[in-house]
Design a protein around this ligand. Structure first.
Ligand code: AHG
Ligand code: MN
Ligand code: MN
Length: 351
């Protein structure tokens, strides 16, 4: 029987190491990550046996606050997150893709310093087909006293996040996070029930070969978006890139589109490339949500050397006007996203 290597590190151990860089840290933040990891393990267990459980698999026939059909596992994952995060006093407000209004929590004896906004199950329409799904979360620090909390505490920019992460329930379950000191990935070892450090300090390639977009919407895109995607496909001129020595793209990029944002983002983060969800006729702000999808993934992209834009400016600079605000999203390799932003801004495409 092989002994484990000596450098095994769980998320909590990794966070504790990080905490030692901040002597004033109370440990509440580390505890919060422990709670998120626990929720992720429970959701992972249910996702993995979804095919077995008739009562879990499939849609509920109810619509969520966004008017989309709610999958049963969406509800389950939402409940798990609410329960795991709401009981130990670190969190004062939770926002979920599945819940219309922010949920204010009584932190009891805790300091209630944090606001967590999450998409409990992303890509859930894929679940019946055994395609990867995920969880996305962003964490902010409250601005006001506990007895005076309001929308100012919730509607903060992506840049103000203290941490963000996602979990991908794929061929293995991975937890990827940033707290401003690089992006780190942990793989769940189900036999011991721990996320172990497997991808330390992830850096995404400066440019990539993959573009990920739902091209079925092409007839409803603006001419500017159509032209821009065409250039990704057929190859764009190196003189247009932000880097003079950018390699020639030859015949252009290749498409990969799962239709699960977390899975598409994760693949592009590791291999290089760009994920696009442009606005289209009928959806002038696109589909994705700023606070529970775009902003957390933008923080991860930037900490891994990538970039995220709404086509005009950095996602991280935008102040949301609503918990469920939607935004166009272009995210991934820095050079590719900067080129898209420049191309759309110069062509006058507006959102
Ligand atoms: P969710 O399951 O949380 O509602 O998110 C679904 C999102 C995202 O995961 C994916 O990238 C996108 O919807 C796919 O949308 P299209 O089917 O319009 O391409
Ligand atoms: Mn989602
Ligand atoms: Mn969702």
């Amino acid at each position: 029987m092989a002994l484990p290597p000596t450098n095994l590190q769980t998320i909590e151990a990794h966070m504790l190491e990080l905490q030692s860089l901040h002597p004033t840290a109370s440990g509440a933040f580390t505890g919060l990550f422990g709670d998120i990891a626990l929720a992720a393990k429970i959701i992972s267990r249910e996702v993995n046996k979804a095919g077995l459980a008739d009562d879990i698999l499939g849609a509920t026939d109810q619509e969520n606050v966004q008017g989309e059909i709610v999958q049963k596992l969406d509800e389950y994952a939402n409940d798990v997150f609410m329960k795991c995060l709401g009981t130990r006093g670190q969190v004062c407000i939770m926002g979920s893709e599945e819940v219309a209004d922010p949920v204010y929590i009584d932190p009891g004896e805790g300091n209630g310093n944090y606001i967590v906004v999450f998409d409990p199950l992303d890509g859930s329409s894929n679940i019946d087909a055994n395609v990867s799904v995920g969880t996305i979360f962003g964490i902010w620090r409250r601005k006001n006293r506990l007895n005076n909390l309001g929308m100012e505490d919730i509607l903060q920019t992506g840049a103000e996040q203290v941490a963000a992460g996602y979990v991908i329930y794929g061929s293995s379950t991975m937890f990827v996070y940033t707290a401003g000191h690089g992006v780190h990935g942990f793989t769940l070892d189900p036999s011991i029930g721990e996320f172990l450090l497997s991808h330390e300090d992830i850096k995404t390639p400066f440019n990539g070969k993959i573009y990920s977009v739902n091209e079925a919407y092409e007839p409803r895109w603006t001419p500017e978006v159509r032209e821009m995607v065409r250039a990704l496909k057929y190859g764009r001129q190196t003189k247009e890139t932000s880097r003079k020595d950018a390699p020639s793209r030859g015949s252009g990029m290749s498409t990969r589109y799962i239709g699960s944002l977390v899975a598409d983002f994760h693949r592009n983060l590791l291999y290089g490339g760009v994920y696009l969800y442009p606005p289209y006729e009928g959806k002038p702000q696109g589909k994705l949500r700023m606070m529970c999808e775009a902003a957390p993934l933008a923080l991860i992209a930037e900490n891994a050397g990538g970039y995220a834009s709404n086509g005009q400016q950095s996602i991280l600079e935008v102040t949301p006007d609503h918990l469920h605000m939607r935004t166009p999203l272009y995210i991934g390799s820095r050079d590719d996203v900067l080129w898209i932003e420049k191309t759309l801004s110069e062509s006058g495409d507006s959102i």
